[in-house]
Design a binder for this molecule. Structure first.
Ligand code: BGC
Ligand code: IFM
Length: 812
């Protein structure tokens, strides 16, 4: 069942009912000011850091769902109270529509001859969100209605705001000037930031104190002031500051009125902090309000935003007969990659914004999906990440975005982490040709005195694996590899009590076959990079290590029909046919094959067949099988999850992509694309009632075949699934692959495809690529013609003339 439809020409998903199976959200802003907005106008906003600079409040885990706060508008039409976004009043609407687009959301509600449309967006280079409200009288009579705006301020630190009530109920402060409500809590002692909410029209009144607005025992759904149709002009003094404007709107039949609300954040410059005591410097806010004081200015900003997104997404454009595929590749998958760039794993409807910082492995992998869109910011991100690396090549697992410092509480010792940095740098250089990044002096542990060229960081990443091998010569897993919950260096202090993980080596020897596969895959990339920069000695050194590792994998990491997953601290196999549960894991199958282990002797194909047989479901591939039905202290967190959820045999969409890559690499395009469609959102749309999360973005996990709610997704938006699926479809399946010397064309597609077109901007040139498949093969470029001339091989030579080039490729 569907709850809306894709409007590809506008790059929108159009939701046609407020009661979607779960709140379906969108993100506004992509620089410093961010906002989350659901299809019924729930959500919140923040400046840079969702924990430390939360602008409006949101209650997670709330009952009813998504009534934790929002960007609400209420209408009182002669005693009839309703909201254009349906919630929070939930009065039935004659018409409802929510259009989530690229960086904006437009919600329209109509009732009783009145239509109200609210467009929410964050203009480029602006620390504010605009709400353009259009009210139209569609009835035959004159109307006189009251329009109320509403946001609830968060007292900045979101964690403190929801815990430290004894203090915070005394600190709230506001100031009202004309149609602007200023939120200035903490201004006295910090004097460096404040927020405001304005409207470009005279107001009939306002409220800034929540209880006065709502009534002490009322909720968002029945605010007293709105129902009485009379603002109370309350001025908050402690408790819960809010901002609500009341506008009297008179409309002749057919008449439309437009208003611009600006919800903004102001950060004062260092010297301004000392200018005044408790008197806020309103100049910056006034300038922002002035800038967006007309709907013409707002429409212009919205058009600029659309152009910005067209440019970002336009770097790759697919024309295929499958619309679902087009919309994934051209719009939604790329959009989600940018959201993961902006938000990492911090703020979604499943991530509270107060938890994790930037993950080392997560951010390096995210980069694979956005590097072609924003190469400069990717470069910056790489240096930030590498600056948190430690001298021995290990890495802090996470860092805080505001300070960019490694997070000591979590520490390092996730032994896959360092390798992802190498992969990110390789992807960056292949996309841009910018080898100079390797020379950037980059600190260890953010200590400038310990700086070495980035290339040395990569070397240390490789060495970190080589220097940490276990009894079989496989890489030590450390606290965990990519699978956070496979904690094999565990020990229980008291039987039956929960496990603890060691944070240092401490003689613990669990080994990861997955890291071994990664080492081979990323090692090959590193070797080529070293050859490119003329460091033959280093290339030869690592090539030998990779060859050795492949031998170890096939000797001690192969279980007969598939790759083992690991050895635990007691030297016992994990992911083996010998195990009772957890006989086969997905990660090592994907990465060992991507690392060219067993690809020549038939083992890889055997492993992939076992994947389909044992892990395959119609909703995607489960992470392992059979699911753990009891708690194994020696395996750690993985076995604490109920069977079929998360790492315990859930469908982890991230690693499904590695199997797509492996299948494509082995030339099995049919299988690769089949797996792609099992989890790609546009294809899940038709069973949204089962899948439940947004049909326009990936979720981290879908409940596996052992789960009671098989097919139900959780944790949408902020997941490495976005970037890896983009790599799988654009590079491995469609076969448009950035290489050092040009674009490589190497599709691996379903045999029945006749062909497709891809326009790809690459290093300033544009390549118009037509791929034809007259003989209905999966893989193999028989002929390539560039600008009318046949080219040997399958790499389009770099033109470097900033022009458009025609490329014809015939498979066969
Ligand atoms: C979750 C993992 C997650 C990890 C983050 C675990 O509890 O199950 O999915 O990656 O926490 O630290
Ligand atoms: O690899 C991790 C990732 O870093 C965070 N989310 C879950 C993944 C698998 O455990």
């Amino acid at each position: 069942m569907q709850y809306g439809y894709f409007d590809d020409s506008r790059k929108e998903y159009v939701i046609t009912t407020p009661t979607t199976p779960y709140p379906w959200i969108n993100y506004l802003g992509s620089q410093e000011y961010f906002s989350l907005i659901s299809n019924t106008a729930g959500g919140y906003c923040f400046y840079k850091d969702a924990k430390l600079r939360r602008i409006t409040r949101y209650r997670y885990n709330n009952v009813p769902l998504d009534l934790g706060g929002g960007h609400y508008y209420y209408i009182n039409d002669n005693g009839d109270v309703w909201c254009p976004g349906w919630a929070p009043v939930k009065a039935e609407l004659d018409r409802y529509e929510c259009r989530h687009g690229m960086g904006y959301t437009k919600i329209t509600g109509a009732r009783g001859g009145l239509e109200t449309e609210v467009t929410y967006f964050v203009p480029l280079n602006t620390n504010a969100e605009i709400h353009k409200v259009v009210v139209k009288n569609t009835s035959g009579q004159k109307k006189q209605v009251k329009l109320f705006s509403f946001v609830e301020w968060c007292l900045w630190n979101a964690w403190d705001d929801m815990t430290n009530f004894q203090r915070n109920y005394n600190t709230g402060e506001v100031e009202i000037k004309g149609s602007v409500i200023y939120h200035k809590t903490e201004y006295k002692e910090r004097r460096d930031h404040y927020a405001f909410f304005s409207v470009n029209a005279p107001i009939a009144g306002f409220d800034s104190d929540r209880e006065s607005f709502m009534g002490t025992y009322n909720g968002f759904h029945n605010p007293q002031v709105v129902f009485e149709g009379k603002p109370s002009n309350s001025v908050a003094d402690g408790w819960h500051p809010i901002a609500s404007h009341c506008l009297e709107v008179q409309l002749e039949p057919g008449e439309t009125k437009e208003y611009v609300f600006v919800l903004g954040y102001v950060e004062n410059a260092f010297e301004e902090k000392f200018e005044s005591k408790n008197v806020i410097n309103k100049k910056k806010a006034e300038a922002m309000i002035e800038k967006f004081s007309t709907t013409a200015a707002v429409d212009k900003a919205l058009a600029e935003l659309a152009e910005h997104w067209d440019n970002l997404l336009g770097k790759i454009k697919l024309e295929h007969e499958d619309d679902k595929l087009n919309r994934m590749v051209n719009i939604w998958n790329q959009y989600q990659c940018m959201v993961t760039f902006n938000l990492s794993r911090s703020a979604s409807y499943f991530e509270s914004g107060i938890g994790r910082g930037m993950g080392f492995r997560d951010s390096n992998q995210d980069l694979l999906g956005f590097v072609h869109q924003i190469p400069d910011r990717a470069r910056e991100r790489i240096i930030d990440l590498a600056s948190t690396q430690l001298e021995d090549g290990g890495a802090y697992h996470q860092y805080q975005p505001l300070t960019k410092k490694g997070n000591d509480e979590i520490g390092g010792n996730f032994n896959d982490d360092p390798l992802w940095l190498v992969l990110a740098v390789v992807a960056y250089i292949k996309e841009t040709g910018d080898f100079s990044i390797l020379d950037v002096m980059t600190p260890f542990d953010n200590d400038e005195s310990k700086s070495t060229p980035l290339s040395d960081h990569l070397k240390r990443s490789m060495d970190h694996v080589i220097n940490n091998l276990g009894p079989h010569g496989l890489p030590l897993i450390g606290r965990a590899d990519w699978n956070d919950c496979l904690n094999l260096n565990c020990f229980s202090t008291t039987p039956g009590e929960s496990f603890q993980t060691t944070t240092s080596k401490d003689g613990r020897v669990a080994e990861s076959v997955m890291i071994a596969g990664m080492f081979c895959y990323i090692g090959d990339e590193y070797v080529t990079l070293m050859e490119k920069v003329g460091n033959q000695k280093e290339a030869d050194r690592i090539r030998k290590e990779v060859i050795k590792m492949r031998e170890v994998v096939m000797k001690d990491g192969w279980d007969g029909s598939w790759f083992l997953r690991a050895y635990d601290d007691f030297g016992k196999k994990i992911g083996s046919n010998e195990n009772e549960e957890g006989k086969i894991f997905i990660e090592s199958q994907g990465l060992c094959i991507m690392g060219n282990c067993g690809t020549e002797d038939g083992s890889a194909i055997k492993a992939l067949d076992a994947v389909e047989e044992r892990l395959g479901t119609k909703y995607g591939l489960v992470l392992q099988n059979p699911a753990f039905t009891k708690y194994y202290v020696e395996y750690g967190e993985i076995s604490t999850y109920p069977a079929g959820y998360k790492e315990n045999a859930g469908i982890f969409c991230h690693n499904n992509a590695w199997i797509m890559c492996a299948e494509a690499q082995m030339g099995r395009g049919d299988k690769a694309f089949d797996y792609y469609t099992r989890i790609a959102p546009a294809y899940t749309e038709e069973y949204s009632e089962i899948h439940r999360t947004e049909p326009y973005c990936y979720s981290q996990m879908v409940a596996g075949k052992d789960a009671k709610r098989h097919g139900e997704a959780k944790n949408s938006w902020l997941t490495g699934t976005a970037s890896w699926n983009f790599v799988a479809i654009s590079q491995y399946i469609l076969g448009i692959i950035p290489e050092y010397d040009g674009l490589k064309i190497d599709p691996s597609i379903p045999k029945k495809w006749d062909g497709y077109k891809v326009t790809r901007e690459f290093r300033g040139d544009v390549y118009d690529i037509t791929i034809k498949n007259p003989n209905h093969v999966s893989k193999g470029v028989a002929k390539m013609i560039v600008d009318g001339k046949e080219v040997q091989g399958n790499i389009i030579p770099l033109a470097g003339d900033k022009k458009t080039h025609k490329v014809e490729v015939v498979l066969g």
